[in-house]
Design a protein around this ligand. Structure first.
Ligand SMILES: Nc1ncnc2c1ncn2[C@@H]1O[C@H](COP(=O)(O)OP(=O)(O)OP(=O)(O)O)[C@@H](O)[C@H]1O
Length: 457
């Protein structure tokens, strides 16, 4: 990917070496010996990216950055700093620099950075052109700039304009419900209800009665008539999560809703009409379920008028930092934690982890870390990863992990989990565990007894 680059440095040697290298890589390069000269040439050169030294006679690189941010915010600025200049580098990043380099700079590094910046700019332009899937109605924005996520944003925009039935696929915790909410919230029916139903969580009778309603006396416990979600949703959206787990009888009834837009309340004899849009989701291989006969093929085709595949988090690792920051901000607001920053070592661990429980696992890990962190920064030692997945890593997810209820944000619960993890890491060596935790052996023993912890032997 090539672009127009403006290199600004009062030091002629470095300026020309950089320009030469970038030209050699195929970019169109102009140079300026000062920030003033750069500013004067901006409208003629119209650069995609400016690479500028920070300390220059006259206007500094930081001032150049600020002026460019004001007049041409879409132009990326990479700042080069001297070794002693970390504070200015931080100031540059805060002022909106794309990145900074510490001198002496390696030419190959500049080359790499330039391509990264150009690619990110192209993605930003695409993302801006795509409809911004603003508030999803669940208190958060869909975050991510991975190309596959950007395709999903575009699809959300298209789907918000029509009423097509949608099937969202993806591993547990990838954000399927969030995408469904975004489709709803961006549609003309956003004022109508969005009703999410987890099809596995309810028994067959209950699922039917919740969705279609029931007449009085239709089953034991049906002491009065009840309206179902299909009626309550009006022309809003019904989100059917884990659709692959529904019974053949339920599937037949759902097929009728899709074909005729009508349904019968449990025990009722007159049909009712629904205008609600249906969005279904699953983490299961639907083709296999159809092949083995546990899912109706005709229903599957009706549901997947449009199909969206939400990629697993491990396949969009570049999104981890911005997702982690956005989630931390959400966690901070919800819990009142002071943690507002993820330290570099912690971020490295987040980037290296495989995330079988996807974004939900990331959210849970950060929630625990925010509880453990006492200050503003989340550090490596606050992260306890790998608690949110089943052995097969597919049907994992916090809800499946029994005792480890991720919604339990008490300090006791965080301590219990953390001590248990360290006990496992040391293969049950209590002296080592106590040392790692920075507590006495007797205190460790009190935790083991109090929380009934497993000591591997
Ligand atoms: N792209 C994203 N940006 C911000 N938050 C996200 C994103 N994706 C997922 N989340 C958050 O992660 C959590 C899990 O997302 P969600 O419930 O939508 O996943 P799911 O795929 O429907 O999960 P499941 O399969 O277990 O039902 C939610 O708290 C959601 O807000």
């Amino acid at each position: 990917m090539n672009g127009r680059i403006l290199v600004v440095d009062d030091e002629e040697g470095l300026r020309e070496a950089l320009a030469e290298k970038l030209r050699h890589s195929g970019h169109a390069v102009e140079t300026a010996a000062s920030a003033e000269e750069a500013l004067a040439g901006l409208s003629r050169i119209r650069p995609d990216l400016i690479v500028t030294d920070l300390m220059m006679p006259g206007l500094t690189g930081l001032e150049l950055l600020e002026k460019v941010q004001e007049s041409l915010p879409s132009v990326g600025v990479v700042v080069m700093t001297g070794n002693e200049d970390m504070a200015s580098a931080v100031a540059a990043m805060k002022a909106g620099a794309f990145d900074y380099l510490v001198k002496p700079v390696r030419l190959a590094q500049v080359d790499e950075l330039v391509v990264r910046c150009l690619r990110e700019q192209a993605l930003n332009r695409e993302a801006e052109a795509a409809p911004e899937p603003t508030d999803t109605g669940s208190g958060g924005k869909v975050v991510g700039r991975d190309p596959r996520m950007i395709e999903i944003y575009k699809m959300i925009g298209v789907l918000a304009r029509n009423r097509a039935t949608v099937m969202i696929r993806g591993e547990t915790g990838t954000g399927k419900e969030m995408v469904a909410r975004a489709i709803h919230t961006n549609s003309a029916h956003a004022d109508e209800p969005f009703v999410a139903v987890n099809c596995t969580a309810l028994s067959e009778t209950l699922l039917e009665s919740e969705l279609f309603g029931h007449v009085k006396g239709s089953f034991t416990g049906a002491v009065s008539a009840r309206r179902g979600y299909f009626e309550m949703a009006g022309s809003g959206t019904i989100f059917l999560d884990e659709i692959g787990d529904t019974s053949p009888e339920f599937q037949t009834k759902l097929l009728r809703v899709l074909q005729e837009r009508t349904f019968y309340p449990v025990g009722g004899e007159s049909p009712k009409r629904t205008e609600a849009r249906i969005i279904a989701a699953t983490h299961q291989p639907m083709e296999l379920l159809v092949e083995e006969g546990s899912f109706r093929e005709d229903l599957y085709f009706r549901l997947r008028v449009v199909e969206i595949e939400v990629p697993p988090l491990r396949e969009r690792r570049d999104d981890i930092p911005r997702l982690a920051e956005a989630l931390l901000e959400r966690i901070r607001t919800a819990t009142g934690s002071k943690a507002r920053h993820i330290g570099p070592a912690a971020m490295r661990r987040l980037l290296a982890h495989d995330w079988p429980g996807n974004v939900r696992e990331l959210e849970n890990a950060l929630t625990r870390a925010a509880v453990l962190a006492r200050g503003a920064a989340i550090d490596e030692e606050h992260l306890v990863l790998g608690l949110d997945s089943d052995a097969d890593g597919v049907t994992g997810g916090a809800r499946a992990s029994g005792r480890d209820d991720p919604d339990d944000l008490s300090l006791d619960s965080a301590i219990r989990r953390h001590v248990q993890v360290v006990l496992h890491r040391t293969d049950g060596n209590k002296s080592e565990t106590a040392r790692v935790l920075g507590i006495s052996r007797s205190r460790l023993q009190r935790y083991v007894d109090r929380f009934d912890l497993h000591v591997p032997s």
